[in-house]
Write a new protein. Structure first.
Length: 68
């Protein structure tokens, strides 16, 4: 029976800790721009594409030669 109360106490403490972390995140605006997060993966790819918008024919020929 003591182990049951210990498990209940542990689960209540974990739930309170999770609620505190959530409240802290909301108050510090960590959820303000949630849509921006999914685009962070592609920002580095877009920067590389801006530097080299079109691949050169020499690089395509080199890739085809390696593939053969």
């Amino acid at each position: 029976m003591e182990l049951t109360w210990l498990a209940i106490l542990a689960s209540v403490l974990m739930a309170l800790a999770a609620a505190c972390v959530f409240i802290f995140a909301v108050k510090n605006d960590h959820f303000k721009n949630i849509e921006d997060t999914k685009y962070q993966v592609f920002w580095s790819d877009l920067e590389e594409q801006d530097e080299h918008p079109f691949p050169s024919k020499d690089s395509d020929n080199a890739r085809n030669a390696k593939a053969s």
